[in-house]
Ligand binder design. Structure first.
Ligand code: GLN
Length: 200
């Protein structure tokens, strides 16, 4: 794939946005921190990082990000949500039920690994534009994807459950790919953004 320059926003309201920006730059993209909806206009893609989904939602609502992100998605621009970012993008959220954007047809359960396993690392294999390749995954108070709709393609599993999945231009991970050296998942997202930009 040609490395045409793409500009990817990282929602910087809360949570661990700086490491996402670093990973995107390592993949040859330009990364910008997004704090106001108007800043989305110049972005070709958007990362919604992990953090605390209730806090993230409150800030998104205050700043008017809900309609702005819906419009961004409707324009065909890719969005990547990790952990709390996945929770806000899901169709349905449990434990407890809460508002979400519904841009990917999955049901997620928050904080679903229990207190004993608040954070842990696991290795698995991811199918990212090629044969399955090993992937290290860091889970922090992670949600579990309890249901995937028919249009959703699982791209990696942990103990038989999807932990990385895509529906069209929306990519989600229950883990934190920005916390490992391996940039495979960010590279995959950058390629998605390049393809969407080329098709626009
Ligand atoms: N436990 C958080 C939530 O439910 C998500 C954790 C994370 O993003 N690392 O919102």
């Amino acid at each position: 794939m040609t490395e045409n320059e793409v500009r990817i926003g990282v929602l910087a309201l809360q949570g661990d946005f700086a490491l996402h920006a670093k990973a995107l730059v390592r993949c040859g993209a330009e990364a910008v921190e997004v704090r106001k909806p108007a800043e989305l206009a110049t972005c070709d893609g958007l990362v919604i990082p992990g953090g605390e989904s209730t806090t993230l939602l409150k800030l998104m609502d205050e700043w008017g990000f809900v309609p702005a992100i819906e419009k961004f998605h409707a324009e065909g621009k890719p969005i990547f949500g990790t952990c709390a970012g996945l929770i806000v993008l899901a169709r349905e959220v449990e434990n407890p039920r809460q508002f979400s954007l519904g841009l990917i047809d999955v049901t997620v359960e928050r904080n679903a690994y229990g207190r004993q396993r608040e954070s842990f690392e696991a290795s698995g294999a991811a199918r990212l534009d090629g044969p399955p390749a090993p992937l290290e995954m860091v889970f922090i108070r992670a949600p579990r994807i309890r249901r995937v709709g028919p249009g959703v393609e699982p791209l990696a599993e942990h103990r038989g459950e999807p932990v990385l999945a895509r529906q069209g231009t929306v990519l989600v991970a229950t883990f934190h790919p920005e916390l490992t050296e391996d940039t495979a998942v960010h590279r995959y997202f950058c390629d998605l953004v390049r393809r969407a930009q080329a098709a626009a």
